[in-house]
Structure formats: C-alpha cells, structure tokens
Design a protein around this ligand. Structure first.
Ligand SMILES: [Zn+2]
Length: 375
C-alpha cells in the first residue's frame, strides 16, 4: 500500500529534518521548489512534506501516518491538496487538465514514486506525445484554491515538473505565486532546474535534493523490496543514484547481466566470430531496454577499468565477479585503448537510440573491441 511518509524515503535525513523544523518554527516558505536529478527523492519528499503539513498528530520528525488527514493523503485524495502535472490527450482521455488524469496519477505515484516524465507519459498511454501544462490549467489554480473548503491546516498545490510550463501558463501562475492566499503552500518539484523560467525560479525557495547514495539505495532495495544484498549492491552501482532506474532493473530480473556481458567481452578478446555472430542475434532479440541496459553496463564497467588503471582503485565500487573482471581486463588491455573503448560504447548507445538495427550495432562493436583488445 502507498505510504507517503518521510520514513519511507531512504536517507535525506538533514532535508527531512529541515522541513519538519520549518513547521515547528512557523517558517514554512509559501512557494518551494524541490529539485533533484532523475530518480531522486524530490517528489517523494514533497508529498511526505504535504502529508506532514496537514497531519493532525504531527510527530517531531514525521507525520503520524494514521490520522484522517494522513489516510486521505495516502490515497492522494485529500480535499485541500491539489496536483498539477504535464499531460497529453490520449485515446481514453481527451481533456488536457490534470484533474482528468487524477486516477492515473494515483496509480503512478503508488507504482513509480521515483519515476520521471517519460514513465508518466507511458503510464497514461501518451508515450509518443509531448506533455504540457496548459495556460487554462494555470488560470484554474486560483479558482481551485479558493473554492474548496478547508479541512486541513494548509491548502497545498503540488506542481510536478514546472519545466513544462510555457510562458503563458507560467504568467498565469506568477501572481498567485507571489501573493498566495493565506495558508496556501506551493510545492514545485522539478528535475531540470535550468529549464525553469527565471520568473518562476525567483519566486520560490529552493530545496536541493541530492541523488541517493549507494548505501541508501542498497538499504532501500534490500529492506523494502526484498532484493538480496549482492544484487542490491550491483543495482545501486549500475543506477548511480537513480532509484527509479534501480527499481526498473530490480524488476527486470537482470541478475545474469554480468555473466552475459563478461562472456561477450571474452569472445571479443578471442575474436571468436563463430560465437560472436550468434551472440549478436541474441542481442538483437533482447528488449530495447535490455539492449540499452547492457551497453550502459559496459560503459560503467569500462569507466571503472579506466579508473583502476589510473590509480583510482579507491573509487571503484565493485566486488566479486565484477571486480575480478576489471582486474583481469585492466592487465590485458593497454590503458590508452580503454578511453577509445568507452567512446565506442557511447557510439553504439547513440546508434541504438536512433534505431539502427541492434544486431549490426552489436556485431560492429564486437569487431571494433576485438581490434582494440589486441596488444
Ligand atoms: Zn497524521
């Protein structure tokens, strides 16, 4: 069941503390911008803060989780908390107002609290469309905030991804952001702060949400998702702070990614064409996400190899098979070639994104690597 409390979010302790403190100090800024990179806890934190603000039985460091207000927040059905997010008309929903998408928003938050706009658009069945926050939607904000009766302490407007406001919709919001009605709080949540219009930026207090650390992710994956510790470590390493990606990998069952990849690299090392051709066919048959994931994995492994060769052993966060792989290849491949190899993985990834046939990409990369691996 969905739970939107601070204690459900891994780490970020000092931020949680600062937010709670602002409430006990009666110093809650009326417009706050939570910003963090892909897969950060920015949305989770904003929603936990909204829960805290209206909790009827606030504890020192978290909402109670059981009062009537917390129960409504958990269902994202609190009458004083409103949501705006980018939407696009779909076959099922012709409207372009957030409220029409609320049922889908609830399931999205329940399933992909750390997801991004592409995940969201896929969730609503608009994966090939541009999301948008319309000016009409922005103009409705004031009406929404003044119509509903108070139930909680605060009226809250959660605006997810203000990057998607255009100049018109942003203008419609400016006045209310500057002079909000009494006891009204705006919680904006963004991924790319450099895409926020300066007029919006200057009216908000920023809450910088750092990427999750490896230990935080490992703790979350093992305790909340039942992933075994070795695998959790590997996923945390691959996802590099992006919890959404780590969760996708966890669900994708990629436990043998390393053995698949290591086998591929060994065949390249031996320039074993009789096996590299069928391997390219297997690569071709993988889902696009798995193909990307494999190249991504190669990239991070060779980046670590580069570090390893250049005296950065301490920065290499590997153990077990992966560590052995890096140590062995570090001895076998001349250092000046590793940089080229990383480049070749990048090129392959680029081609894959542009829909070049995966089999050709894999074969091409195999032959290039075979040459680069030679002394
Ligand atoms: Zn409560």
């Amino acid at each position: 069941m969905l739970s939107l409390l601070f204690r459900d979010i891994p780490g970020l302790e000092s931020l949680k503390h600062t937010l709670c403190q602002s409430v006990s100090d009666h110093h809650v800024a009326h417009a706050q911008l939570f910003h963090g990179g892909p897969g950060s806890g920015a949305l989770a934190l904003a929603l936990a803060f909204a829960t805290y603000l209206n909790c009827e039985n606030q504890q020192l460091h978290d909402a109670c989780g059981t009062c009537a207000s917390c129960a409504k927040m958990r269902k994202l059905a609190h009458p004083d908390v409103h949501y705006i997010f980018p939407v696009a008309a779909t076959k099922a929903i012709k409207e372009t107002q957030s409220d029409a998408f609320l049922p889908l928003w609830r399931t999205f938050v329940a399933q992909q609290l750390y997801g991004g706009v592409p995940d969201w658009l896929e969730h609503i069945g608009a994966e090939n469309k541009q999301g948008n926050i319309s000016a009409e939607e922005a103009r409705n904000v004031l009406r929404k905030l003044s119509l509903k009766a108070y139930e909680g302490e605060y009226k809250i407007m959660v605006l997810w991804q203000p990057e998607w406001l255009n100049v018109y919709s942003a203008n419609a919001l400016l006045k209310i952001l500057e002079e909000p009605p009494e006891r009204t709080i705006f919680l904006l949540v963004c991924t790319q702060i450099d895409k926020i219009l300066p007029t919006i930026l200057s009216r908000t207090q920023r809450v910088a949400v750092p990427a999750f650390g490896a230990e935080e992710m490992i703790g979350f994956l093992t305790e909340k998702k039942g992933v075994d510790p070795t695998r959790a470590r590997q996923l945390a390493y691959l996802a590099d702070g992006d919890l959404s990606y780590a969760l996708t990998l966890a669900e994708g069952g990629e436990s043998d990614r390393h053995s698949w990849f290591a086998n591929w690299m060994r065949l390249c090392y031996r320039t074993d064409l009789t096996q590299l051709v069928p391997l390219a066919d297997k690569f071709d048959a993988l889902a696009k996400e798995d193909q990307k994931g494999t190249l991504d994995y190669g990239l991070s492994l060779f980046r670590d190899l580069f570090l390893w060769q250049n005296g950065g052993e301490a920065l290499v966060r590997l153990e077990g098979q992966e560590l052995t792989f890096v140590q062995n290849f570090a001895k076998a491949i001349p250092p000046e070639r590793v940089e080229r190899i990383v480049q070749e993985f990048n090129v392959a990834y680029y081609h894959l994104e542009r829909n070049v046939r995966a089999k050709m990409i894999c074969l091409d990369l195999s032959l290039t690597l075979a040459k680069l691996f030679k002394k």
